[in-house]
Ligand binder design. Sequence first.
Ligand code: FDA
Length: 299
Amino acid sequence: MKLINTFIYTILRLSPKRIVKIFSKRYVAGFSFKETLDICKNLNNEGFALTLDILGEHTKTKQESAFITNQYKKLLTTINEEKINANISIKPSHIGHDLSIDFFEENLLTLIKKAQELSNFVRIDMESSQLTDDTIYIYKKLSKEYSNFGIVLQSYLFRTYDDIKSLDKSKLNFRLCKGIYKESADIAYQNKQKINESYLAILDYAISNQIYVGIATHDETLLKESYKIIKKHSADRKNFEFQGLYGVPLKKWYKKHFENDYKVRIYVPFGINWYEYSLRRIKENPSIAKYVIKNLFKR
Ligand code: FDA
């Protein structure tokens, strides 16, 4: 399966962008927020909270990062005006980390303050391991003063269990995911079972310590085990939510979450930089071959 996915992914990477665009539509809600707005309203009406992500990463100039920061500010205003139940998710490298950590901090602070003014929340996505130290450092620094933002932790990194213990339990709000970037065997588990064991150990720590956690996975085994952990600690539903990516099918589980009155948040990406994100999602689709063939014949 992994080989087929890698093979098809390689072919798509070599294909013209317009071919990849055909498949991106499943995972990307729109190219502009205006296009995405109806999807957001429909998802809210179905009971989902949202986190909105303007697609893109690794901006190369200060102007570009300042522009993206401004786009996010406008997005926060529109969320407020349109009464959308959504917060925002931001990649450090999208708002200037590659230029300097200070610039990333400055832009992030602008957004945290804007979100605070509008009673909203900012989630800092976690990128590759090259950014982990800086992301956690800035989180620790700013969380001394602001509480309306959170971080993401990845269970495939060996370091994560120690990281979570180093963070202030009373303030921490994090999303737990497996991790999507290619990391070396020196620092990250490569084996699915180990990644899952790590995921559940971190989740158990969070739930047993009443740390707010976004359980971000589509993996049935993890979802089943998460339910057991929630029950074992009689977790208060105010302290956790489930999270899924737009376009990934999880109907049966969403139904179950809603029946249990558990909060569910969908990560909704949009924007003109849809290419890298779409390829990552296509590669993770276990029915990639069927999916690609079906879409090619649909045209
Ligand atoms: P896994 O990959 O094993 O998938 C489980 C099942 O889900 C598959 O068998 C399939 O049925 C279904 N599925 C998964 N992907 C699919 C796809 N693309 N198309 C169709 N079906 C699919 N990572 C990171 O490094 N930093 C981050 O900040 C985030 N943020 C984030 C937010 C949210 C809300 C989610 C859900 C995920 C992330 N991730 C992330 C991505 C995460 O690290 C991970 O790569 C994906 O969630 C896939 O892992 P799963 O846990 O879903 O398991």
